[in-house]
Design a protein around this ligand. Structure first.
Ligand code: PBG
Length: 300
């Protein structure tokens, strides 16, 4: 259980948690239900939580992400107050949840993602998240140079001990589909200009090497199941812990097939996560983290 990380969504302004249709069993949380989920994760021995925020208002610059009172920063503080250091609190450093166009960065006058202007915003987001109490920051936007900029911003603000889990090899994937519902994404189009090409295996190692040089404390491969070869490659060469993210579409496929009675739900979940572990992951982000931890406990 300690190797599992539970991704969780909080949505500003909710009075009741909101089910995500394409991810049965996963919720957009209120502050109260998020705190409860975090406390339950601690009880089950889950290692960490990865927080994503859905703001009430979005704009072109994703301002809610750098606002100290923004939904994600507030949620980090609330969860930290609830669980202290009993759970590793991770948070998403990315703009797609906060922008009205849904891209992971700000756009230039031609509507193209502006890498370097985005970096400056990531640096400020990172500092706010650290100030709110995050232990580990997860830059997921695949901007070039993001780890270096975040590391420098953290160090300058006195957050030397806040670590970075780099989404190093993140592929442009159809399997992110349900996540777009989970965060009410405004995205039209795709992220192929900044996420990786599914056909390219070697580039993953280059991305990992760059992130390590920039100061990544952990590196991630994402998605997991269709990229187990990449995960094994990275695990073989990485001097730091390797994470894999079993993403929304992977979750949705198994839940949908199980709901139809086409596969054995528990066995399919366990086998899918075991495969990720076998390929070399030291840390696994999965929406089943709490349930898996409970199963592991009961089988002891
Ligand atoms: C970007 C981000 C995404 C996910 C995690 N961080 C969406 C994307 O890149 O399109 C996807 C996670 C999932 O599908 O479960 N902030």
């Amino acid at each position: 259980p300690a190797e599992l990380v539970l991704p969780a969504f909080i949505r500003e302004g909710l009075t009741e948690p909101n089910p995500i249709t394409s991810m049965p069993g996963v919720l957009q949380h209120t502050t109260e239900t998020l705190k409860r989920a975090a406390a339950e994760a601690v009880e089950l021995g889950v290692g960490g939580i990865m927080l994503f925020g859905i703001p009430a208002e979005r704009d072109a610059a994703g301002s809610a992400g750098t606002d100290p009172n923004g939904v994600l920063n507030q949620a980090i503080a609330d969860v930290r107050a609830e669980v202290g250091d009993d759970l590793v609190i991770m948070s998403d450093v990315c703009l797609d949840e906060f922008t009205d166009h849904g891209h992971c960065g700000v756009l230039d006058e031609n509507g193209v993602v502006d890498n370097d202007t985005t970096l400056e915003i990531y640096g400020r987001m990172a500092v706010e998240q650290a100030r709110a109490g995050a232990h580990v920051l997860g830059p997921s936007g695949m901007m070039d140079g993001q780890v270096a900029v975040i590391r420098q911003a953290l160090d300058e603000a006195g957050f030397q001990d806040v670590s970075v889990i780099a989404y190093a090899a993140k592929y442009a994937s159809a399997f992110y589909g349900p996540f777009r519902e989970a965060v009410d994404s405004q995205l039209k189009g795709d992220r192929r200009t900044y996420q990786m090409d599914a056909a390219n295996r070697r580039e993953a190692l280059l991305e990992v090497e760059l992130d390590l040089e920039e100061g990544a404390d952990m590196v991630m491969v994402k998605p997991a199941m269709s990229y187990l070869d990449i995960l094994a490659d990275v695990a073989a060469m990485s001097p730091v812990p390797v994470a894999a993210y079993q993403i929304s579409g992977e979750y949705a496929m198994i839940e949908a097939a199980a709901a139809n009675g086409w596969i054995d739900r528990r066995r399919a979940i366990e086998e899918s996560v075991l495969g990720i572990k076998r390929a070399g992951a030291n840390i696994i982000l999965t929406y089943w983290a709490a349930e898996l931890a409970a199963w592991l406990k009961e089988s002891k």
